[in-house]
Design a protein around this ligand. Structure first.
Ligand code: URA
Length: 199
């Protein structure tokens, strides 16, 4: 994994490397029974070089704890490995910008390489970007969240692919939701389905 991680540091597969501080590669045990895929690193992750260490990571930690999934059993990564942002005219806070389909496509070889090395049994897509990266552009979180699906055939993985994939909302949607409690309970219900699968 270290060699892969080092190689990703020099990735110029799309233009996002130009403004980001660094490539934020996945982190966690290898192999791992469970892999979570987010969208892209946020401001804090970009600075610290680790996935899910900011506010969305706080929600993820809490939901894993509440669902009884040990955090150290999970490998955490993102569909896109560089932070994409815009700078507002005033103020210095960098504002997250959704990656384009082309940027997600450019980053996909890193994701399939991680899947090959980590060999998870179960994959959880957090949010629409991760779900579309794995399950195709027609996938709708609103329609199919929390449903256990067979992992799709991906040529690079051959027969050694994960058993199941489940998509749910992104933890940052909980942070932004008008009714945070309801949004959190929805996320927890989906992650409890994952916990059942692991047992
Ligand atoms: N949001 C993500 O999708 N990934 C991170 O690593 C942090 C925030």
């Amino acid at each position: 994994m270290n060699a892969l991680q080092r190689a990703a540091q020099g990735c110029h597969g799309c233009g996002l490397y130009k403004d980001a501080t660094q490539t934020v590669f996945g982190a966690g045990p290898c192999p791992a029974p469970l892999m979570f895929i987010g969208e892209q690193p946020g401001d804090r992750e970009d600075q610290e070089g680790e996935p899910f260490v900011g506010p969305a990571g706080g929600v993820l930690d809490r939901v894993l704890h509440d669902a009884g999934i040990p955090r150290d059993e999970a490998y955490l990564t993102n569909a896109v490995k560089h932070f994409k942002f815009v700078l507002p005219e005033r103020g210095k806070r960098r504002i997250h910008k959704k990656p384009s389909d082309a940027e997600v496509r450019a980053c996909r070889p890193w994701l399939t390489a991680e899947l090959r090395i980590v060999r998870p049994e179960i994959v959880v897509c957090l949010g629409a970007t991760a779900a579309k990266a794995l399950l195709g552009n027609s996938f709708r979180i609103t329609k199919s969240r929390g449903i256990v699906l067979d992992f799709p055939e991906i040529a690079e993985l051959g027969r050694q692919r994960p058993r199941s994939v489940l998509a749910t909302t992104h933890p940052s949607a909980v942070v932004r939701a008008p009714d945070r409690h309801a949004a959190y309970q929805g996320l927890l219900a989906d992650i409890e389905v994952v916990a059942e699968l692991l047992n």
